[in-house]
Design a protein around this ligand. Structure first.
Ligand SMILES: Cc1cc2nc3c(=O)[nH]c(=O)nc-3n(C[C@H](O)[C@H](O)[C@H](O)COP(=O)(O)OP(=O)(O)OC[C@H]3O[C@@H](n4cnc5c(N)ncnc54)[C@H](O)[C@@H]3O)c2cc1C
Length: 502
């Protein structure tokens, strides 16, 4: 390769982010670069991060990973969406499921026809028109199939629940097989060059000095390079996303095999439930200002579906993001780049999208500021829109039962979120701007599920007669029901295709 190319890439950290980075780069850079990953057995990984979104299928595809093998190796189950319990009001239950809703009707979006009929009391909840949601409710699952043209069975969209520890180990094997050099040991010092302020080398506890051209900081919350060495700065969003800690605990697997994550609101936060093949992952995300650690642990343990397998582990965090994801010759990936709570399972996706962006803006030795600025601008845009979506879950509540929910209901919100809500309130319109992660139907499900009601609907809906619309909605619902009936149960599908050996 020409001398303007960088040659040595050093990844610091062997958690989910580190091994996702190592596997992506080792696959896509085709052994033309030296890739080294440093991790310390003495510093544990965060050890959580088990719920994903459908984009992860693209990650597996790029890496040529066989999905059934991936499922077995990570003890995974399938995920069709997230069920939210007690968010708008205590007793409420709605689902944010993946995939499309209904069948298009000319000239406006399906959801607008539904909205008109729902407002008139003539259509049930929007979930009735989603194959994902109806399948999830029936604990059914299969992969999308195109065998019958125009069938909702072609629309099934899914992600996975995975064991985070097994996932990192699986990607480690993959990466090492693709040439990544792993170094075990603790980084005790980071040498920053005089002049340009770039990271020059890492000093290991053993005294070894490891140099590199490009450093990927996957060191977790501590941000060893991006923050401790380069002092990049952090944008704190905890006034909008006030939860700042979580207890996590696995328990015995439940008898039901639910193809969805459950997020149940609690007095000062919420609790997740993620069923895997060999256990159920649970966690209670809460705000330390409104609840003590002991109380939070007690609530978690009182709401498990099986016997806990360990003591609950406490994790602390601050919602926000690093001021620059890429600073000089360091790119922060994973928790070192910032964190937003796992309510919509977006952190692993952000690792993936940051890596995809790194490939798009892959540098030569010049590390040109224009490339880096655009990379950072895109990271910021994506992160800020996800942030808005998460804030929506807290803001759009009618709960008045605890000081925590009073705070959330009455807090100020970013202007970008305010205008989305205002737009929805008039005619139920939702606009997805270019690289926003969540699509219109995602916003619709959460806004409606949390009791934001539009005043009206798109006026062009009235171009079709109510009878025609009603007929269309009834037909879609009937076809979806018929499809769900022939789908296998989630547990049977796993047993037939991708059960891990016990
Ligand atoms: C409560 C909670 C729940 C979550 N749930 C989800 C979820 O459901 N879905 C989702 O997508 N994401 C979730 N996440 C986020 C997800 O866990 C992380 O994005 C993911 O695990 C990546 O972590 P990481 O690799 O960046 O950091 P870590 O796992 O913390 O790894 C850091 C690595 O750096 C190494 N290291 C650190 N310092 C040094 C040093 N000095 N020398 C050598 N090595 C060092 C460590 O050894 C370790 O290998 C959750 C996070 C939390 C806190």
């Amino acid at each position: 390769m020409e001398s303007t190319h960088i040659r040595n890439i050093v990844i610091v950290g062997g958690g989910t982010a580190g091994w996702m980075a190592a596997s992506t780069l080792s696959k896509l850079l085709q052994n033309k670069y030296t890739i080294r990953l440093i991790e310390s057995d003495a510093i544990s990984t965060v050890g959580v991060g088990e719920s994903t979104i459908p984009m992860i299928k693209l990650f597996n595809h790029v890496l040529d990973i066989d999905e059934d093998e991936f499922m077995r190796e990570t003890m995974a189950t399938f995920k069709l969406g997230i069920e939210f319990v007690d968010w708008g009001q205590i007793g409420d239950r709605y689902m944010h499921s993946f995939g499309r809703f209904g069948q298009d009707l000319w000239p406006v979006d399906f959801s607008q026809y539904w909205l008109k009929m729902h407002q008139a009391g003539r259509a049930p909840d929007i979930g009735r028109y989603s194959i994902n949601q109806m399948a999830a409710r029936g604990a059914k699952f299969m992969r999308a199939t195109n065998e019958q043209p125009n069938s909702p069975l072609a629309d099934i969209a899914y992600a996975f629940h995975i064991d985070a520890g097994l996932y990192a180990r699986y990607l480690r094997r993959y990466s090492e097989a693709h040439g990544v050099i792993r170094t075990e040991g603790k980084v005790v010092d980071v040498i920053v060059r005089d002049g340009d302020g770039h990271v020059d080398a890492l000093v290991m506890e053993s005294g070894e000095r490891i140099g590199g051209d490009l450093f990927i900081d996957c060191s977790g919350f501590r941000g060893l390079l991006i923050e401790q060495a380069l002092k990049t700065g952090f944008e704190d969003w905890s006034h909008w996303l006030p939860c700042d800690r979580a207890y996590a605990v696995p328990c015995e697997p439940a008898k039901d095999s639910l193809p969805y994550t459950r997020a149940s609101a609690r007095p000062a936060g919420w609790q997740w439930r993620i069923g895997l093949q060999h256990r159920t992952g649970n966690g209670h995300v809460f705000c330390g200002k409104f609840m003590s650690d002991d109380e939070a642990a007690a609530i978690l343990l009182a709401n498990l579906d099986g016997k806990p397998l360990t003591d609950p582990k406490l994790l602390r965090f601050t919602a926000g993001k690093r001021k620059r994801t890429w600073n000089k010759n360091v790119i922060a990936v994973g928790l070192s780049s910032g964190f937003m709570e796992p309510l919509e399972s977006t952190s692993i996706h952000l690792i993936q999208s940051t890596l995809a962006r790194l490939i798009t803006f892959f540098p030569d030795a010049g590390l040109h500021p224009a490339d880096i600025d655009e990379f950072n601008r895109q990271c910021d845009f994506e992160t800020e829109r996800i942030r808005d979506f998460l804030i929506l879950h807290y803001k759009a509540t009618e709960r008045t039962d605890t000081p925590f929910w009073d705070y959330c209901r009455t807090m100020d919100i970013p202007d970008t979120l305010r205008s989305k809500i205002d737009l929805f309130r008039t005619h139920g319109r939702i606009v997805r701007e270019n690289m926003e992660l969540f699509a219109e139907v995602g916003w619709l499900q959460v806004m409606h599920g949390q009791r934001i009601r539009p005043l009206s609907y798109h006026p062009l809906v009235d171009l079709l007669s109510e009878e025609k619309i009603q007929h269309h909605l009834d037909h879609v619902a009937a076809v979806i029901s018929a499809c769900v009936k022939i789908m296998p149960f989630h547990a049977s599908f796993i047993a037939a295709h991708c059960a891990a050996p016990r």
